[in-house]
Ligand binder design. Sequence first.
Ligand SMILES: [Zn+2]
Length: 70
Amino acid sequence: MAKKSSSLKGLGCRYGIKLRKQYTKTYKLLKSRRLCPECNSIKFKREAIGIWSCNKCKFKIAGNAYDIKF
Ligand SMILES: [Zn+2]
């Protein structure tokens, strides 16, 4: 793992470093791969805020905005 957290494009330098770090953390959490609890497929993604669904078996689950909890 790299020591320095890489900044993401999109926010620019308009916001403070604290907010940008938080954004990067949230973004990575959102884009990180998740396994479907039903069929263990990696095609498990967030469909809308709070709604997570699997593209393979159409399994749907309600979760947090940026992460799921079981
Ligand atoms: Zn599935």
